[in-house]
Design a protein around this ligand. Structure first.
Ligand SMILES: C[S@@+](CC[C@H](N)C(=O)[O-])C[C@H]1O[C@@H](n2cnc3c(N)ncnc32)[C@H](O)[C@@H]1O
Length: 421
């Protein structure tokens, strides 16, 4: 395949998705309209991650590039005031999106069969560009990213998901195996896919895919298995690769999501005597953590123009400013109460699915968390919870707890808005 052109690779990818549209459709589009379901990438609920200093609005232009079967309809359903454009190369996927939108009477969506590489043909620009699970399937991801950047407004954000390299080691071994034995997405039928599923269920315990099988639920359904294990074109990235990829297009990381998975705080790497780990730049440390964890199979992050000023999106963790920010508690935190075996409260977030990422706290920490109501700043919550401002030792302790919560992704922040915002 060394001499294949961009066009012929794209044609093979399109053929694959026409035969096996992805993801399998969730018919309950009404739940997105009623606000009972949402996608993380949608400004409803993630507006503050893109624009932490702006008041919420759905008066937005949003491009969903490589939208697949449902993403554009789901985002449009939750943002009636936004103008959504969905593009994809697969007509089958677009027709599924069109059907879902029609079913829920969603009118704020325009769909176009257009490769990402030709996004400029839309002749529009956008506040937000969402592109999840697509760029790594392009013959030339750099060209795709540059095309997306060309339609991003100067204060806009991009929500991207790219495959993580080390968490997919087993995936690439299986892709190689299936290629060698002549099973490919263009020919595989239901029977072949069922046979592959049986093989996966019974993999030798030492196989790298067996170790992470539960973190890749896609192989349970046919379309998911093809997307994961029979893909005709995909590549994967470390965080260092991503920084270089973005830099090449004049973009930078605005915010890493699910960042705890690559945060050294939740690993023993800083404790290795004599290592140069602590002197590495932050992104290199995180890239080293990827090698330690071995399970980071996706990188989810927000990117923006290199020229967008940090003050536009940075919610500083320097406590002086931090006390003036409004914490947003991540949906679905799980709290274990103290027990005979453990004196502390223990908080985890099921989205991480990583055993090492938990934050221990005391009654005081819980009291502070309970005082966060989505509007109060940290300083206001300290006051509302009845803590005394002059109890310096306690405030220091709470500060450390909040930092661990933020780094564990349990909390994100937005700036306090004034009446002029
Ligand atoms: C894994 S699916 C992801 C769908 C959707 N973004 C989501 O997260 O649910 C990848 C989608 O990208 C589309 N795609 C692949 N290459 C593309 C390209 N060059 N331009 C536009 N869409 C492309 C495929 O047709 C498919 O619908």
């Amino acid at each position: 395949m060394g001499n294949e052109t961009t066009e012929s690779i794209r044609a093979r990818v399109r053929e694959m998705y026409e035969r096996h549209p992805y993801p399998p459709v969730d018919e309950d589009i009404q739940a997105y309209k009623n606000g009972e379901a949402w996608l993380l990438e949608s400004p409803n609920p993630s507006f503050h991650l893109y624009w932490p200093a702006r008041a919420y609005t759905d008066d937005l232009d949003i491009l969903i590039a490589g939208c697949g079967t449902q993403q554009a309809a789901q985002v449009a359903a939750g943002l009636p005031g936004a103008r959504i454009v969905g593009t994809d190369i697969s007509e089958h996927s677009l027709s599924e999106t069109r059907r879902l939108a029609g079913k829920a009477g969603i009118g704020n969506i325009t769909l176009s069969q257009l490769p990402i590489e030709r996004t400029d043909e839309l002749e529009r620009d956008f506040d937000l560009v969402i592109c999840t699970g697509v760029l790594h399937h392009l013959a030339d991801p750099d060209a795709g990213l540059k095309a997306l950047k060309s339609v991003l407004r100067s204060n806009g954000s991009m929500h991207l998901m790219l495959y993580g390299r080390h968490g997919r080691t087993g995936v690439y071994m299986l892709q190689d195996l299936f290629r060698r034995i002549g099973i490919d997405a263009a020919k595989a039928g239901k029977k072949d896919i069922a046979a592959l599923r049986a093989l996966i269920e019974d993999l030798p315990a030492a196989h790298p895919f067996a170790a992470v099988r539960d973190m890749h639920p896609d192989w349970h359904d046919d379309e998911g298995l093809v997307d994961l294990l029979l893909h005709v074109q995909d590549r994967a990235y470390t965080l260092s690769d991503i920084a270089a990829f973005l830099g090449g297009a004049g973009l930078k990381i605005q915010k890493l999501l699910f960042a705890a998975r690559t945060d050294p705080m939740f690993t023993p790497l800083n404790d290795i005597a004599g290592s140069g780990f602590s002197k590495l730049p932050e992104l290199e440390q995180r890239t080293a953590v990827e090698l330690y964890r071995a399970s980071v199979k996706k990188h989810v992050f927000i990117a923006c123009h290199e020229t967008r000023p940090e003050k536009d999106f940075e919610t500083s963790t320097a406590q002086k400013h931090w006390a003036e920010t409004v914490p947003v508690i991540s949906y679905g935190l799980e709290v274990e109460r103290p027990s005979a075996a453990r004196k502390t409260f223990r908080i985890t977030w099921p989205f991480h699915n990583e055993p090492g990422i938990a934050v221990e706290t005391t009654e005081n920490g819980m009291r502070l968390l309970e005082a966060f109501d989505g509007n109060r700043t940290i300083a206001d919550a300290v006051h509302a919870a009845g803590f005394k401002k002059n109890d310096k030792a306690l405030l220091k302790q709470l500060e450390g707890f909040l930092e661990r919560c933020a780094r564990a992704d349990f909390l994100t922040f937005r700036k306090r808005l004034t009446s002029s915002d």
